[in-house]
Design a binder for this molecule. Structure first.
Ligand code: HEC
Length: 152
């Protein structure tokens, strides 16, 4: 009788052992399945499968950040002052408009030059009409925004 109880107990221990082993390997499988899934995510999101990184254009991400950081300046840049028309969404400039790249330019230089253009000390017939719409406060706000702009 005592032996039978021991034998049953032995079987029970084996059962527990097998169960634990099974659980362990299940756990491993889940883990590796999870990592396979997360590895393949960027590829499927990307569509092309060429790049392992999801394609988020750093310019776009940076501009989104700037829109939130400098909402007033962004509104002026894209709105009534129309800087965007000639200097582009990223401050990259435009050959057609003969407008230079201004992204990342020092704020003090932008303030200096735009103020000189506004008063006619530096002649810029193209830009002049747009500068009538903005004052010193707006120029300073724009300068801060332009300095933070990035093309690459
Ligand atoms: C109609 C087109 C046009 C618009 C609108 C315009 N710009 Fe310009 N911008 C130019 C051109 C063209 C030049 C180059 C002028 C020159 O050769 O002296 C220039 C030059 C500049 C420069 C000097 C760059 C340097 O390296 O000396 C700054 C700064 C500038 N623009 C900022 C602005 C800002 C800020 C706005 C909006 C308020 C604006 N621009 C709107 C056409 C434009």
């Amino acid at each position: 009788m005592g032996r039978l109880i021991l034998f049953v107990f032995f079987l029970f221990l084996c059962g527990v052992g097998v169960y634990l082993l099974g659980f362990q390997s299940n756990f491993d499988q889940t883990k590796s399945l999870g990592s396979i899934l997360s590895d393949s995510k960027p590829k499927s999101a990307n569509g092309s499968g060429e790049d392992e990184q999801p394609k988020v254009d750093p310019n776009v991400a940076h501009l989104e950040m700037l829109k939130k950081k400098f909402p007033e300046a962004y509104a002026i840049y894209t709105g009534e002052a129309q800087c965007i028309k000639c200097h582009g969404e990223y401050g990259q400039g435009s050959e057609v408009e003969e407008a230079p790249l201004i992204a990342g330019q020092f704020d003090w230089y932008v303030i200096d030059q735009v103020t000189q253009m506004k008063s006619g000390i530096r002649v810029n017939e193209k830009m002049m009409p747009y500068l009538e719409k903005i004052g010193d406060t707006e120029i300073a706000q724009l300068a801060e925004f332009i300095q933070a702009m990035r093309v690459k």
